[in-house]
Design a protein. Structure first.
Length: 282
């Protein structure tokens, strides 16, 4: 079963279409001129293509400009943002793939370690793969999932892994500090509560300055921004379950519904109501 929500008709200049598949893969197609994604993270692997215009985004410490013929590959937990890099905006398609699914596909096909799906760069130039991914997206967005559409998607992911991944573990961004892992886990455990830097510094046995600097270096986001986006990911789960928007906003500590609306759309490109309605259809 597919669940579809179109926030605005494609005739408008700013629109987004979100499709949720029963296998856990989400599809997004959107066009923006003015919308600016704030720096955020995903729990899934984000793989996509730009169909027209220039899609500008920051990731891994650098700014990238994606145009047709290039492929975006952002690993779970990698901080990034997004905006238009041209006057007439851009249109793009994205897959949001749970990491276990991606690992299973790659390991089965390439007989490589399951962790070896980390793209060398967050953007690569590969026109053939870009077209292949776009075709797979269209097939998977059809009214009925088919074996052919899944095979198209699998071949695309395998091609991405075969041609553009393979970094040795020593070349990847690593989180080796147990104290930072403990702070991150604490933030995820306290999604419904305000957290102060002092208590986090005590957990890490670091000064506030040391913790702030090292955490952002490890995760690409300051402590407060990471906590905010962990809350937003939890908000997606609660909205998917049918929890009313106003209740989710209150439970997760947003100052009001408009604040929740603004931060959710800033991270994901659609409003909390549109996300909820795309699952429950009301």
């Amino acid at each position: 079963m597919l669940h579809v929500k179109l926030t605005d008709p494609p005739q408008s200049r700013e629109w987004a279409r979100c499709i949720h598949r029963d296998d856990g893969i989400d599809l997004l197609e959107a066009a923006f001129e003015r919308h600016v994604y704030e720096r955020h993270i995903h729990e899934t692997y984000a793989i996509g293509v730009t169909l027209r215009g220039v899609q500008r985004f920051w990731c891994r410490g650098a700014t990238h400009s994606s145009t047709p013929g290039q492929v975006i590959a952002i690993a779970p937990g990698e901080a990034h943002d997004g905006s238009s890099g041209a006057a007439d905006g851009y249109q793009y398609r994205m897959f949001y793939v749970p990491l276990p699914i991606l690992r299973d596909i790659v390991q089965d096909a390439l007989e490589r370690p399951a962790t070896d799906v980390y793209a060398d760069m967050p953007m690569v130039s590969d026109p053939a793969l870009s077209m292949q991914l776009s075709t797979a997206w269209k097939a998977m967005a059809g009214p009925q999932p088919t074996l052919a559409s899944e095979e198209l998607f699998h071949r695309s992911v395998i091609a991405l892994a075969a041609r553009h991944s393979g970094l040795k573990p020593s070349q990847r961004v690593q989180l080796n500090d147990p104290a930072l892992r403990k702070v991150r886990e604490y933030l995820h455990d306290r999604l419904e509560f305000a957290v102060r830097v002092g208590e986090l510094a005590a957990i890490a046995s670091m000064s506030r300055f040391q913790l702030t600097r090292q955490f952002q270096r490890a995760f690409g986001l300051p402590l407060h921004a990471y906590h905010m986006h962990a809350r937003l990911e939890e908000a997606k789960r609660r909205l998917q379950a049918g929890t009313p928007v106003v209740r989710v906003a209150a439970e997760l500590g947003f100052s009001d519904q408009s604040h929740f609306h603004r931060r959710f759309k800033g991270a994901f490109g659609i409003t909390p109501s549109d996300w909820r309605h795309s699952f429950i259809g009301t």
